[in-house]
Write a protein that binds this ligand. Structure first.
Ligand code: NAD
Length: 469
């Protein structure tokens, strides 16, 4: 709870300017959204079950939205349920270059009025959207995240409800409080800092794996007074549209966020070619962000401003196990991190370094739990790693290794031991339920720490298991 008593606040920019604004949001206390239990018989479970039943066999039609207009291009696409790809979850269309350019011009035209809207009013949109998602829209956004992105109820709840609601509430509160950060006045002079949006539009490009990330990438720049073109992932269109509609239903004016499913490169090419590009707010893979960055650099002479680039990219997250580690923590932490949501989290553990003295014990316990795991979903990219492991002389499949795409995209949680710590399986992101293990002589741990640091360009997350501080 980051709420501070309003009495302790210094004068805000508008108070200094003599505005009549009373800053109702600044005193709002925000708390982390509770993660609901969905126990049998609970109200939330019944509502979710109803929402899931309502989606069975249904295909929702989702247009591109520019301003208030629902637009259909001829390039029609489908979002398939990853665990049952005969179920078309959504029918949508790709925005083409002309539509993207139309959206850019409509956004830029709406920019000034939105930017001049007091931050308290902009924040109210996010507070209301958070309330909608926390209440009447919770079951819908969860059900669409489960069916469309292949999440369990727990994984959907911590993403599409808890995290997204927290993003909206905390960001709105912080945006309002930011206005309190003001330079000091001096004798005879009044100094005011004005926080304002970028002069142009922000392109928000979101990944398939988190509903919350799409809402945040598009919603937060809008909160700060920007106009946004939001390109959701093809594999998350259904839940993303719920979030977009929640924002609109909460008072977000038309043209502040344009909802534009599109082919990735077509969207990237169009937005980076526009002189009005002011920012890219991206989460996704390393190669995609590099491509966008290069295009921005190539076009830098043609922009009206210097576009701000923010990218959250991939990882090759490690677990380093020291000989003093608590084995049960290692085993449970590793199974959850590597295999939850089919290993499709940017923070999923994907490589592990284990001392030789502990490996037999850790391996046996991992295999015990592995036998009880139910197979989830994910596919083609991962298949090639499993095929490779079966033929390589330095890789050994210790558990799992099978896959099947006859009904949905199913990959067995897999543990692969490698004798070559520089093998690509230790350095490249797989984004699936595959854990690579390198067993090291227990006293060589200092060299192994160097090895971890120098093996992969990624530095997103990692964990150290040791009792010896
Ligand atoms: P991706 O890079 O394939 O796609 C991300 C988005 O970029 C999608 O909307 C896609 O359509 C779009 N895109 C593709 N090519 C484009 C182009 N040329 N121009 C503009 N947009 C383009 O990533 P993904 O498979 O959807 O998501 C998984 C990746 O995201 C993993 O690498 C994961 O680590 C990363 N991720 C990181 C975080 C983090 O917080 N660091 C969080 C979630 C996911």
């Amino acid at each position: 709870d980051l709420g501070r008593p309003s009495a302790s606040r210094s004068p805000t920019a508008s108070q200094k300017r003599g505005s009549e604004n009373t800053f109702p949001c600044a005193a709002v206390e925000v708390k982390n959204e509770p993660v609901l239990g969905f126990t049998p018989g609970s109200a939330e479970r019944n509502e979710l079950q109803k929402a899931l039943d309502g989606l069975k066999g249904k295909t929702e039609e989702i247009p591109c939205v520019v301003g208030d207009e629902h637009v259909w291009t001829e390039d029609v696409r489908y979002q398939l349920s990853p665990f049952n790809h005969s179920h078309k979850v959504a029918k949508f269309c790709y925005a083409d270059e002309a539509l993207i350019n139309r959206a850019i011009m409509a956004s830029v035209a709406a920019r000034k009025e939105w930017d001049l809207t007091p931050v308290q009013d902009r924040a109210q949109v996010l507070f209301k959207a958070a309330d909608l998602l926390s209440g009447p829209k919770r079951a819908e956004v969860l059900a669409k995240t489960m069916i469309g992105q292949g999440k369990t109820v727990v994984q959907a709840e911590i993403d599409a409800a808890a995290e997204l609601i927290d993003f909206f509430r905390f960001n709105a509160k912080h945006a309002v409080e930011l206005e309190d950060q003001q330079p000091l006045d001096a004798d005879g002079s009044t100094n005011t800092m004005l926080y304002r949006g970028l002069e142009g539009f922000v392109a928000a490009v979101s990944p398939f794996n988190f509903t919350a990330i799409g809402g945040n990438l598009a919603g937060t720049p809008a909160l700060m007074g920007n106009v946004v073109l939001w390109k959701p992932s093809d594999a998350a269109v259904s839940a993303s549209y719920v979030v977009y509609r929640a924002l609109r239903a909460s008072g977000l004016p038309p043209n502040v966020i344009q909802f534009l499913p599109a082919d990735g490169p077509v969207f990237g090419d169009a937005v980076t070619a526009s002189e009005h590009l002011a920012g890219v707010n991206f989460t996704g893979s390393f190669p995609t962000f590099k491509r966008l960055w290069k295009q921005v650099a190539q076009n830098v002479d043609s922009y009206r401003t210097f576009p701000r680039l923010a990218g959250e990219c991939g990882g090759k997250n490690f677990h380093f196990v020291h000989k003093s580690a608590h084995v049960e923590s290692v085993v449970k932490g590793t199974v959850r991190s590597a295999f939850e949501y089919g290993g499709q989290k940017c923070s999923a553990c994907s490589r592990m370094y284990v001392p030789d003295s502990l490996w037999p014990l850790i391996r046996d316990q991992l295999l015990d739990i592995h036998r009880q795991l139910k197979v989830g979903d994910s596919f083609a990219r991962i298949k090639k790693w499993l095929d490779r492991a079966k033929t390589s002389s330095t890789l050994k499949v210790v558990a799992g290794g099978n896959y099947d795409d006859s009904k949905g995209y199913f990959v067995e949680p897999t543990i692969i031991e490698t004798t070559d710590p520089r093998d690509a399986i230790m350095s490249e992101e797989i984004f699936g339920p595959v854990l690579a293990v390198y067993v090291y002589p227990e006293n060589d741990y200092k060299e192994v720490l160097q090895l971890i640091d120098s093996t992969s360009p990624f530095a997103l997350t990692g964990a150290v298991f040791a009792l010896d501080k």
